[in-house]
Design a protein around this ligand. Structure first.
Ligand SMILES: Cc1ncc(COP(=O)(O)O)c(C=O)c1O
Length: 277
């Protein structure tokens, strides 16, 4: 397979040609944060919001990086690879390379950066979710590359015939494996409130900022019981947009294909993505 175009510490090259030390703290501790910036027909969606979130993630882990350089590299990758296509840029910033593995980092490490661009095709997979206990750490608001809990939960779900997870803490829904969750019920659309138990998704933010009044979208604690009676459960992320959950394992939920509130919101949101940026 042809190698994707990447950028490593400012140098643009195929990702297969990048060489990184095993003493990089990205490798030993996942001491790193990241972003995924979506492009539709070659246009970045909400680039400023993504860069601001990256800035906040860096501040949260006390990583000092010039985000204007990141912005230029993201734009260059997109220019070279995405042109007029749909795709995304992955970009991560990590602490740097240690002389010897040590939880305490030296203050003079040079941060490392790595990004790549790739196209996205359309997927028509049915989304079948498994409800699982949220076993992640207490700072899910930081977009950290340390995602082992998500990896474990999603792969166990996959072994059991599901391709998504809906996580909860003490019966209250947090989010899905790599997206936020919304529940349509009668005249309301509910989503769990923003706190350290979830990642504040940019797609979630765009929906709330632009459509909460016209579509009655509310941030409220969402108990698992809501799923059974829901008209539509859908996920949001930069790469998925708004994606319906078709089935939830061991749950009576069924997707109501004729739900007007959802259908209208999805049309309005897709139109917004095509026209607002
Ligand atoms: C755990 C988690 N929640 C939510 C999201 C959605 O965030 P965004 O809409 O910014 O892509 C992601 C995206 O990667 C995620 O990993």
């Amino acid at each position: 397979m042809e190698s994707l175009l990447g950028v490593f510490n400012g140098e643009f090259l195929p990702v297969n040609d990048i060489k990184i030390s095993p003493m990089s703290r990205a490798y030993t501790f996942a001491d790193a944060v990241y972003e995924v910036v979506p492009y539709i027909k070659g246009k970045a969606i909400a680039l400023d919001l993504h860069l601001n979130r990256l800035r906040r993630s860096c501040e949260a882990i006390q990583l000092n990086v010039d985000i204007s350089i990141v912005e230029k590299e993201i734009q260059e990758l997109a220019y070279q690879v995405l042109m007029n296509d749909n795709g995304y840029i992955y970009y991560q910033l990590s602490r740097g390379t240690d002389a010897v593995r040590n939880h305490l980092y030296a203050n003079d490490l040079t941060p490392e950066s790595f990004g790549y661009a790739t196209l996205i095709g359309k997927s028509n997979n049915q989304q079948i979710a498994k409800i699982v206990s949220d076993i992640r750490w207490g700072r899910c608001d930081i977009k950290s590359t340390a995602l082992l809990a998500n990896v474990m939960l999603m792969n166990q779900a996959s072994i059991e015939g599901c391709n998504e997870i809906i996580m909860h803490r003490d019966g209250y829904i947090t989010e899905a494996g790599s997206s936020n969750i919304f529940i349509v019920k009668d005249t309301k659309i509910l989503t769990p409130p923003k706190d350290s138990r979830i990642l504040a998704g940019i797609t979630r933010e765009l929906l709330l900022q632009n459509f909460s009044q016209s579509f009655n979208i509310l941030e409220e604690p969402c108990h698992l019981d809501l799923l059974t009676e829901a008209d539509v459960v859908f996920l949001t992320s930069s790469t998925k947009g708004m994606l319906v959950i078709d089935e939830i394992q061991n749950n009576a939920y069924s997707f109501n294909q004729n739900n007007d509130l959802f259908t209208q919101l999805r049309a309005a949101f897709n139109n917004f993505l095509e026209t607002a940026f």
